[in-house]
Design a protein around this ligand. Structure first.
Ligand SMILES: *[C@@H]1O[C@H](CO)[C@@H](O)[C@H](O)[C@H]1NC(C)=O
Ligand SMILES: *[C@@H]1O[C@H](CO)[C@@H](O)[C@H](O)[C@H]1NC(C)=O
Ligand SMILES: *[C@@H]1O[C@H](CO)[C@@H](O)[C@H](O)[C@H]1NC(C)=O
Ligand SMILES: *[C@@H]1O[C@H](CO)[C@@H](O)[C@H](O)[C@H]1NC(C)=O
Ligand SMILES: *[C@@H]1O[C@H](CO)[C@@H](O)[C@H](O)[C@H]1NC(C)=O
Ligand SMILES: *[C@@H]1O[C@H](CO)[C@@H](O)[C@H](O)[C@H]1NC(C)=O
Ligand SMILES: *[C@@H]1O[C@H](CO)[C@@H](O)[C@H](O)[C@H]1NC(C)=O
Ligand SMILES: *[C@@H]1O[C@H](CO)[C@@H](O)[C@H](O)[C@H]1NC(C)=O
Length: 628
């Protein structure tokens, strides 16, 4: 996804000799109709990114759909975002059991992939990238559960929803992206709002013999969300981070009765860092007199800070946009997360001791080793004590966690092997005394990454291997040091691919390659007698060849297999898709659920998921759901 200006100024590469792979673009536009697409009727082809289907609204819930914005993004490069007025639906007042944001797009012609975001009053709701169109047209819809943003959605009587999608349309690149955004609100039927949650039936400090549980906030949307983003929207609300010393921040004053805080970070790398996981170190570029600005080696980490104190970090999941590596891999199944980029939650509750003094504090975001440019912003989710106007809080012993990083580089002209190992371990704790009690939150995170970028065959073959793993444990203790809840998350994202290039005819190159990519996340929640384990494994593998001329793919063939698997204590869902040359060969869905005795008084929901069951009395029977 090149910034359009850079694209127009690009000096055409001379292909008399196949160039070093480090110099060739990794992002392309497809300039021919894949044979598979011709077998599809003239109608626009539906593109997709399989994800867990959103839960249906509860029976008898009132539903209202609010169309918010409809806009054709043509020559929008450098323009301010498209805006539309937003107000919550009068017919479906909060609280909502489910709110879904629907982002539908259609495009025909030729065009690059583009990044887009949806903000409500400067707080981001969705980060997405577009599919690349074909002359016959493509269309797709992203449906995202945005219930966790209820605080934003219910407040503004005169809200402004904005969508930024910078596009360039000219004689060659004709694709205009038509986008519509709507919000679907599902009410909370009385039979749900009347039931009590597990924590109110077993309060931390209650004499009830039931084991103490996590505060309700762990299962409910925040009371207030503050955007950590650019104040003016002319070039989007995102911060445009240019280099590793470029830290962007926002001053915020949070209510003095805040008892929990989570920072949710949105991030997408572009231009010289779109393929950061395959960038060679600068030394390789200099030694070979290359001119590519895509350097600084292949490690990146996004860091969040509170008043310049390190507060949390993550290695971003390497989302491949639809023009990336080999665009034929992503027709019509997009790469993992490309339509709904993952966001990253950082538990900031231990830091509330620094924040609840009614003064302004600085929340900062930066990218370790980043080069231009990273589009980053965040939402600060806050939970407020309904029973008091102040909490007391204090950060425990604090030490900035060290990043330990080892780099092993070997080069011989255009051949080279660049390996990096990085590790960061952090542990923070802090207590907050509110009407929920005096709770201590301990957050431990361990991040481990290994990266390899290997050029061989005189720089014409490239192999990339990235393994990033992150483990986070949040433990909440009562004043007597008793553990009342624990949330463990383990995320792993291995990426492996190779690209070999050879000279083709008429100044083209022929690139062959193969790729495998996965996103694995396991979450385990324990609270009192409640336990739930959720597991996501989203995997793709692809292989194929393409003939490229500069940034254009003029011929090729590719196959992609996608396997999406989700399971928790109640549900199991799997979808497998085989695609060849732009057409879906098979698309198999299987789903099963465990039948159980429902105790309405003990039902509660994990954020963004179907309702779990607080009872231990579950029948061990799995029921297959007929394939769709
Ligand atoms: C986009 O919208 C314009 C204007 O309504 C319309 O002419 C065009 O056909 C639409 N394109 C696609 C691909 O739907
Ligand atoms: C990093 O980027 C910022 C913002 O564009 C710029 O002011 C600064 O000079 C840059 N620093 C380096 C070392 O390039
Ligand atoms: C790079 O350029 C320098 C100066 O022109 C030259 O001495 C050197 O041989 C070149 N290196 C390569 C690998 O071409
Ligand atoms: C480079 O790629 C070509 C084409 O895929 C392959 O035949 C060759 O074995 C590769 N060479 C090396 C050194 O990896
Ligand atoms: C809250 O609990 C922590 C740890 O148990 C303790 O150090 C602190 O003094 C308590 N705060 C108050 C206000 O009681
Ligand atoms: C190469 O270009 C020439 C002249 O434009 C054309 O006649 C020939 O068909 C092309 N070859 C291929 C393989 O595209
Ligand atoms: C694309 O490649 C296939 C297989 O090599 C070949 O049959 C076809 O003619 C090529 N198409 C073009 C437009 O060059
Ligand atoms: C889908 O199911 C069919 C019939 O059972 C099978 O032939 C095909 O291989 C399956 N496809 C995938 C991608 O699993």
């Amino acid at each position: 996804m090149p910034p359009p200006l850079l694209l127009l100024l690009l000096v055409p590469l001379v292909h008399l000799l196949a160039p070093a792979l480090a110099e060739t673009p990794d992002h392309y536009a497809v300039r021919y109709a894949p044979p598979g697409a011709e077998t599809i009727a003239a109608a626009a082809q539906e593109y997709l990114d399989p994800t867990y289907p959103l839960p249906g609204p509860p029976p008898a819930a009132k539903t209202c759909t609010v169309p918010v914005l409809s806009y054709s993004f043509a020559s929008t490069y450098g323009a301010a975002p498209a805006k539309a007025a937003y107000a919550p639906p009068a017919g479906c007042p909060a609280p909502w059991s489910l709110v879904v944001l629907s982002f539908s797009a259609a495009c025909a012609g030729e065009q690059y992939d583009r990044v887009a975001a949806v903000w409500l009053d400067g707080a981001e709701l969705l980060r997405t990238t577009t599919a690349e169109p074909t002359p016959d047209g493509v269309a797709w819809t992203v449906r995202k559960d945005v219930t966790r943003y209820s605080a934003l959605l219910r407040s503004p009587p005169d809200g402004v929803l904005s969508v930024m999608l910078e596009n360039v349309v000219n004689d060659e690149y004709t694709g205009v992206y038509n986008v519509t955004v709507s919000l679907e609100f599902h009410g909370t039927p009385a039979y749900i709002s009347d039931t009590t949650s597990p924590s109110s039936s077993a309060r931390v400090d209650s004499p009830d013999p039931a084991p103490p549980t996590l505060p309700e906030s762990y299962f409910q949307a925040a009371d207030l969300i503050l955007p950590i983003s650019e104040a003016t929207s002319n070039s989007g609300y995102w911060f445009r981070i240019q280099n590793s010393s470029d830290s962007r921040s926002k001053l915020v004053t949070i209510p003095s009765n805040t008892y929990r805080a989570v920072l949710e970070v949105f991030v997408s790398p572009h231009a010289n860092d779109e393929f950061w996981y395959s960038n060679p170190p600068d030394l390789y570029i200099q030694e070979n007199n290359l001119t590519t600005p895509r350097g600084n080696a292949a490690y990146r980490e996004v860091v969040a800070s509170v008043d310049h104190h390190f507060a949390g970090s993550f290695v971003p999941f390497p989302v491949i946009y639809t023009g990336g590596i080999n665009p034929l891999y992503w027709q019509p199944v997009s790469a993992l997360g490309a339509f709904d980029l993952p966001t990253y939650d950082i538990e900031l509750t231990p830091f509330l001791g620094l924040l609840v003094d009614s003064k302004a504090h600085e929340i900062g975001l930066s990218v370790v080793d980043g080069i231009a440019e990273w589009l980053v912003d965040a939402n600060l989710h806050l939970w407020l004590d309904p029973k008091s106007s102040d909490v007391q809080a204090s950060l425990g012993r604090y030490k900035t966690p060290r990043l330990s990083i080892t780099r092993r580089y070997a080069t011989q002209l255009l051949d080279g092997s660049f390996s990096i190992r990085a590790k960061r371990k952090s542990a923070f704790s802090g207590w907050v005394k509110s009407s929920l009690g005096n709770l201590t939150t301990e957050v431990e995170t361990e991040l481990e990454t290994s990266s390899l970028v290997w050029f061989s065959n005189g720089g014409k073959n490239k192999t990339v291997e990235l393994r990033a793993e992150q483990e986070t444990e949040v433990v909440v203790r009562s004043e007597t040091r008793k553990v009342i809840g624990k949330i463990e998350t383990e995320a792993k994202y291995p990426l492996w691919f190779y690209m070999d290039t050879e000279d083709g005819e008429n100044g083209t190159s022929v690139v062959t390659g193969s790729l495998s990519h996965s996103l694995n996340v396991e979450t385990e929640v324990k609270s009192g007698s409640f336990e739930n384990k959720a597991k996501l494994a989203d995997e793709q593998s692809a292989e194929g060849w393409m003939v490229v001329k500069d940034h254009d793919v003029v011929n090729g063939s590719a196959t992609t297999t996608q396997m999406y698997r989700y399971s928790d204590d109640r549900w199991s869902y799997q979808r497998t898709i085989d695609a060849v040359d732009g057409a879906v060969l098979s698309d198999n869905v299987s789903e099963s659920y465990r039948v159980q005795v429902q105790d309405a008084a003990n039902t509660f929901c994990l954020s963004g998921r179907r309702c779990g069951d607080g009872t231990a009395s579950v029948a061990e029977r799995w029921v297959e759901v007929a394939p769709m």
